[in-house]
Design a protein around this ligand. Structure first.
Ligand code: ADP
Ligand code: ZN
Length: 522
């Protein structure tokens, strides 16, 4: 039977068993099917995979998909095979025989889709092999990996720039859920996709509720949060492997089925835990950020961060793993000042060039801005991606429980002059002791009880002072010197506050609200 070439919608229905395209999927599919290059910027869960899978099936030749994660490849190939698509993957996890048989199938024109790791393309022999077969398209998944500005730079991705010269007539489609304009522009340039058609959709994930809390007792706060998600699956991110294990153990003790996942675990354990998370209900996976990219579990109901992510981009990406099925889900973060100093120290001690270090610091400050904002968090996150949102989303903590602000100019003056008068050599705890007038051993040793700022801040609780310092740090008025045990020092910008040229608006924390109420009653 001579069938007419199948259209995108036919393939969607007959191969994938789905009724209709979502959003701009059809536009992308039509464009790529017709041989055009495309850059697809859709959020996680939007359905980017079909945007290249369908044209790969519909076009003559094999669709070559460059993907950075073996786990993702395996899952996708498995799902495609079950749908009757001739798919295979080439990566380091294959045995030499498997490798050979995939290459043979490729040579024989027996594949619709071939997933390859980026380092594979860099190998000369493999490019020669590709040059000898009929290629329907190249799909570059997680395309932000080509950019240093992105949150997951992979040098091997740079090699993909060659594809344009080597295969000038093969359409290329680059896909990512990374939303910041710098990374977007960079990846388009790096991959030589200036003439490609751009498909962008809104990055809002309305079904995800956001909340960010200050750390008081992190474990108790986490338990409170998880109590809202009994019997559901979710991810708890921690910064270090040690913390992953400690938190997983803690949750297990508390009767919450939790499993650890980090790069230091035995590969077998890691695979088993990931599998349990994917296949069983109600598993809480405690993981480092090594986990998650490319994981397609639709019913992840929550993502919790026990430490600050590195940037708004990373926060968005990681929280975006919740609620791919469109059902209500929650993103929750617990952070403190120690996170900020730890991050700044990690950046300072890293071997990145100064330019990158500065950028990382800027990104961190931007994220802190989202943490400390008194406005809608969704609006703040989307604004960072250049997307307008009217705010008042009704699905973030600051919208649900509006935060009060207060004029913190006087408080800022007090604590900053305490930093200044003590010689910009002490950490937050001592600086706060001085404003609060606490005659500690250290205060007496340095004779700080004689400073004019000593005891000028007794009207505010120690908790509030900590928050003030944190917010001033987030605003960039105060810095932490990591070479000097976290000593606080002032930014140039502090002068304007001292001179009365700049006011400081602070978020009113719950403690402060309480003390104000008491005062009002008194
Ligand atoms: P992304 O790569 O953009 O994060 P995926 O391609 O993994 O998203 O798709 C997310 C989920 O949505 C998958 O479970 C996929 O099967 C489903 N999906 C994608 N497109 C459609 C569609 N048109 N109709 C129904 N489900 C879809
Ligand atoms: Zn909101």
């Amino acid at each position: 039977l001579d069938a007419a070439p199948a259209g995108g919608l036919d393939i969607l229905r007959s191969v994938f068993g789905l009724d209709a395209f979502r959003g701009q999927q059809q536009d992308v599919v039509d464009h790529v099917m017709g041989g055009g290059d495309a850059v697809v910027l859709f959020p996680t869960g939007a359905g980017k995979s079909l945007c290249y899978q369908i044209p790969a099936i519909g076009r003559p030749g094999v669709g070559v998909v460059i993907s950075p994660l073996i786990a993702l490849m395996r899952d996708q190939v498995e799902a495609l095979k079950q749908a009757g698509v001739r798919a295979a993957a080439l990566n380091s996890s294959l045995s030499p025989e498997e490798n050979r048989s995939v290459r043979q199938a490729l040579r024989d024109g027996e594949l619709d889709l071939l997933y390859v790791a980026p380092e594979r393309l860099a190998a000369a022999g493999f490019l020669d092999l590709l040059a000898s077969v009929d290629i329907g398209l190249f799909a570059i998944d997680e395309a932000h990996c080509v950019s240093q500005w992105g949150h997951d730079f992979r040098p091997e991705y740079r090699e993909l720039a060659k594809l344009r010269e080597l295969f000038p007539h093969v359409p290329r489609v680059a896909l990512t859920a990374t939303a910041d304009p710098t990374t977007r522009a960079d990846l388009i340039e790096r991959l030589g996709l200036e003439d490609a058609q751009l498909f962008i959709s809104s990055f809002d994930r309305p079904n995800i509720g956001y909340s960010i809390v200050e750390r008081a007792n992190a474990r108790a706060q986490l338990l409170d949060f998880l109590a809202r998600h009994k019997g559901e699956s979710g991810i708890v991110y921690c910064l270090s492997r040690a913390k992953v294990e400690a938190i997983a153990e803690f949750l297990t003790e508390k009767g919450i089925p939790a499993l650890p996942y980090h790069a230091g675990l035995d590969a077998g354990v890691r695979a088993r835990n990931q599998d349990a998370f994917l296949k069983e209900d109600a598993v809480c996976l405690v993981a480092t950020v090594a986990f998650g990219m490319g994981i397609d579990k639709p019913d992840v109901r929550y993502v919790a961060h026990m430490d600050l992510p590195s940037s708004i981009e990373a926060y968005y990406q990681e929280t975006g793993r919740a609620g791919r099925d469109g059902q209500p889900s929650e993103a929750w973060m617990c952070y403190g000042l120690s996170d900020v100093s730890q991050r700044r120290r990690m950046i300072a001690e890293g071997n990145a060039p100064d330019e990158i270090k500065r950028l990382e610091n800027t990104k961190l400050s931007a994220l802190l801005g989202v943490c400390e904002t008194a406005g809608c968090r969704r609006q703040a996150v989307l604004a960072h991606f250049g997307e307008q949102h009217q705010g008042n989303c009704g699905n973030c903590d600051t919208c649900i429980t509006p935060v009060d602000t207060w004029d913190g100019t006087e408080a800022a003056n007090k604590v900053m002059s305490s930093i200044y008068r003590t010689g910009q050599r002490f950490g937050a705890a001592h600086v706060i002791d001085v404003v609060m007038g606490k005659a500690t051993e250290k205060v007496e040793k340095f004779r700080h009880q004689h400073l004019p700022v000593f005891g000028v801040g007794q009207d505010i609780s120690v908790k509030t002072w900590r928050s003030v310092v944190r917010q001033l740090t987030a605003m960039g008025l105060v810095h932490v010197n990591h070479e000097a045990h976290g000593a606080l020092y002032l930014d140039e910008g502090a002068r304007a506050v001292f001179r009365g040229e700049r006011t400081v608006t602070l978020r009113r924390d719950p403690e402060r609200k309480k003390s104000d109420t008491n005062r009002a009653l008194a």
